[in-house]
Design a protein around this ligand. Structure first.
Ligand code: AMP
Length: 135
């Protein structure tokens, strides 16, 4: 895997506005924020997409996401936020190192816009069984 820009941030080769760090996780402000307080939380493990992340790295990031989210809300005076995690070019991933976006929604509706096109679940029993069999 080639180095991503986040690998360079982890190595200290590129600066960032750090908000949190521990042995397994780094969080810093997004350089092109969708809204004030837009923060990225990344594992130090260099997985490109979340399906390739180890259980331990996933646990480490999951443990701190609520706490960092609370801090973002408190610092920006917001109550609502989206947690976004893109995987693959088709899913709008631009940096190939796992990252979670914490995107506060402000009173003036500055925040993540979502186009949500719900369909109908046709083959739920079969599909759930198929997914479960692959775990
Ligand atoms: P994604 O589309 O989910 O891969 O999002 C990548 C995010 O990384 C975008 O929101 C970018 O603004 C952000 N980003 C790219 N380079 C930097 C950087 N050097 N420092 C902080 N955020 C960055």
């Amino acid at each position: 895997m080639g180095d991503s820009i986040f690998t360079k941030i982890l190595r200290g080769e590129i600066p960032c506005h750090k908000v949190y760090e521990d042995d397994h996780v780094l969080a810093f402000l997004d350089i092109n924020p969708i809204s004030r307080g837009h923060t990225l939380v990344i594992p130090k493990e260099p997985a490109e997409t979340i399906d390739k992340l180890s259980d331990d790295a996933a646990a480490a990031i999951g443990r701190v996401l609520p706490r960092i989210s609370r801090a973002v809300l408190a610092a920006t005076g917001t109550q609502a936020f989206n947690l976004l995690q893109n995987n693959g070019v088709a899913a709008h991933q631009a940096v190939f190192h796992v990252h979670f976006h914490i995107i506060p929604m402000h009173d003036d509706s500055t925040g993540l816009g979502i186009v949500w096109r719900p369909g109908k679940l046709a083959d739920g029993a079969e599909l759930a069984k198929s997914i479960a069999s692959k775990l």
